[in-house]
Design a protein around this ligand. Structure first.
Ligand code: F6P
Length: 192
């Protein structure tokens, strides 16, 4: 059976600074993950053919840069757009947009950033990706926290309300094997 592999990008400079969104480069640690990823993928995939899909943001391209497989960049894999809050820390959002921070707490799935997106919006924009994914063989998706949460929730048929809180750690390759009902899952953690 074919597999779907999911990974967040390696740690970015914004991750280090606690800032959301943006288009930062990988941190030194993030680059270590990029360097470790080919072996992690080899452990998981073996010699089977694979295609890598990543977003158009620098951090996912950098994370994929050492992988020797066909690659495709999709704009629809870019991270949830935080609108006016792009580049802020969660503390700054609470300070400058307290009502927004509260509204997000109330309903994280439906909350839409000013000038940006909600998780619900992301689920809708991922529909073409999911359609294409269903038609493909082995695919590795290197994307972002909110994006991986949506794809993971779809593949495991998890509830919308839980989706924005799923734990998708950095530096971990998730392997999903679709079955008649749901998916089997295996995780490969990089030693970083
Ligand atoms: O902090 C990394 C990040 O990918 C941000 O770019 C993004 O806004 C956030 O995670 C999504 O997570 P949450 O919805 O929990 O804020």
């Amino acid at each position: 059976p074919r597999n779907i592999y999911l990974s967040r990008h390696g740690e970015s400079q914004f991750n280090v600074e606690g800032k959301i969104g943006g288009d930062a480069n990988l941190s030194e640690r993030g680059w270590k993950y990029a360097e470790a990823l080919p072996q992690l993928v080899k452990d998981a995939v073996g010699d089977a053919p694979l295609t890598v899909w990543h977003s158009t943001l620098k951090r996912t391209g950098q994370t994929s840069s050492h992988l020797e497989y066909p690659k495709l960049a999709w704009k629809s894999l870019d991270e949830l757009d935080a609108g006016v809050c792009d580049g802020m820390t969660y503390e700054e959002i609470e300070k400058y947009y307290p009502e927004d921070a509260e509204a997000r707490d109330e309903d994280k799935f439906m909350y839409r950033y000013r000038g940006g997106e909600s998780y619900r919006d992301v689920v809708v924009r991922l529909e073409p990706i999911i359609m294409e994914l269903e038609r493909q063989e082995n695919i590795l998706i290197v994307a972002h926290q909110a994006i991986i949460r949506c794809l993971y929730a779809y593949l495991h048929a998890l509830a919308q309300d839980d989706l924005p809180y799923l734990k998708i750690p950095l530096h971990t390759l998730i392997c999903l094997t679709p079955r008649a009902y749901g998916c089997d899952e295996k995780r490969y953690k990089a030693p970083i």
